[in-house]
Write a protein that binds this ligand. Structure first.
Ligand code: OAD
Length: 271
């Protein structure tokens, strides 16, 4: 159901107030207002030539390690240089408020950045892994790697991407032909089992699920709101656009994460 924004915000506030166990499922739109481009909207720079399905695959990693490594290193540096937006902070506040009163709010994200954590939240499931830990692409042994700091030029997505391409990935110290990669989930790879199982278990018991900034097309994450609907939970979608979930959600708040979320979460007294 899609309604006028003030009405939708009021409705969302009331659904959240009524819920005891709340899951927040987020995607790339959650971090867009922190300056991290989403995967499927901006068809500029690298995305003019590659779709995420072409670049973020194990095949691509072994076919063109420099390209995939350089893209992911750039993403890591950009994420590190970015700051949480008002939406991340509102979710962090909601979790802290509810935990202080023995309620439960758990965050499940497809994002490979750490902006939820830096916005004050604890994340139950990083379904697509993280840009900040590394392992060998061949022997899978974990490795230390210092992402370093991005230059100003690198922080401008398009020129940054073009300039950054073709850096050789660091060699693995454990095996002969290995090279490092961040521990993100590439297309075709399994999700981290513990994160996925914990997320499913919580979502099955939630009475409200807030789905923020995801196109709801990448499985299995896209099935989680439907799992919640099947269990009778209220599903609130916050997205500036429509998605395959929109017609099934109890409420669609057609707004950005940073504009909508602070209006939905009760603000501390005096603010
Ligand atoms: P997408 O790029 O597919 O979708 C982003 C969604 O966010 C779209 O539905 C936009 O309408 C919405 N959006 C954009 N800006 C927004 C804002 N400021 N506030 C609210 N909504 C906004 O991103 P994901 O659904 O996260 O996988 O993509 C899923 C996975 O595909 C990613 O995790 C990534 C990618 O391949 C990996 O990295 C493994």
């Amino acid at each position: 159901m899609s309604v006028d924004l003030p009405v939708a915000l009021a409705e969302a506030r009331s659904m959240i107030a009524d819920a005891e166990r709340i899951a927040v499922l987020t995607g790339a739109g959650m971090s867009a207002e922190s300056g991290i481009p989403t995967f499927r909207e901006a068809r500029t720079g690298l995305w003019e030539r590659f779709s995420p399905e072409e670049l973020a695959t194990e095949d691509a990693l072994f076919r063109d390690p420099e390209l995939v490594w350089s893209w992911l290193r750039w993403m890591g540096r950009l994420s590190r240089a970015s700051t949480p937006n008002a939406g991340h902070e509102a979710i962090g506040l909601l979790q802290q408020q509810r935990r202080a009163s023995n309620g439960a709010v758990e965050i499940v994200t497809q994002n490979i950045d750490d902006l939820h954590e830096r916005g004050g939240a604890e994340v139950l499931g990083h379904l697509h892994g993280t840009l900040f830990t590394f392992r060998c692409a061949v022997c899978h042994v974990k490795a230390e790697y210092d992402l370093g700091t991005a230059s100003e030029e690198e922080l401008i997505p398009d020129p940054g991407l073009e300039n950054l391409l073709r850096e050789t990935p660091p060699a693995c110290h454990h095996c002969a032909n290995g090279f490092l990669r961040p521990e993100i989930v590439l297309f075709g790879e399994l999700l981290p089992v513990d994160d996925f199982e914990a997320s499913v278990t919580f979502i099955e018991s939630a009475d409200a699920v807030i789905v923020v900034g995801t196109s709801n097309i990448v499985q299995p994450a896209a099935s989680l709101p439907f799992l919640a609907l099947d269990q009778g939970a209220k599903v609130i979608e916050i997205n500036s656009d429509s998605t395959p979930l929109t017609e099934y959600a109890d409420l669609h708040v057609r707004a950005t994460a940073a504009t909508a979320l602070p209006h939905i979460v009760p603000q501390p007294e005096g603010e």
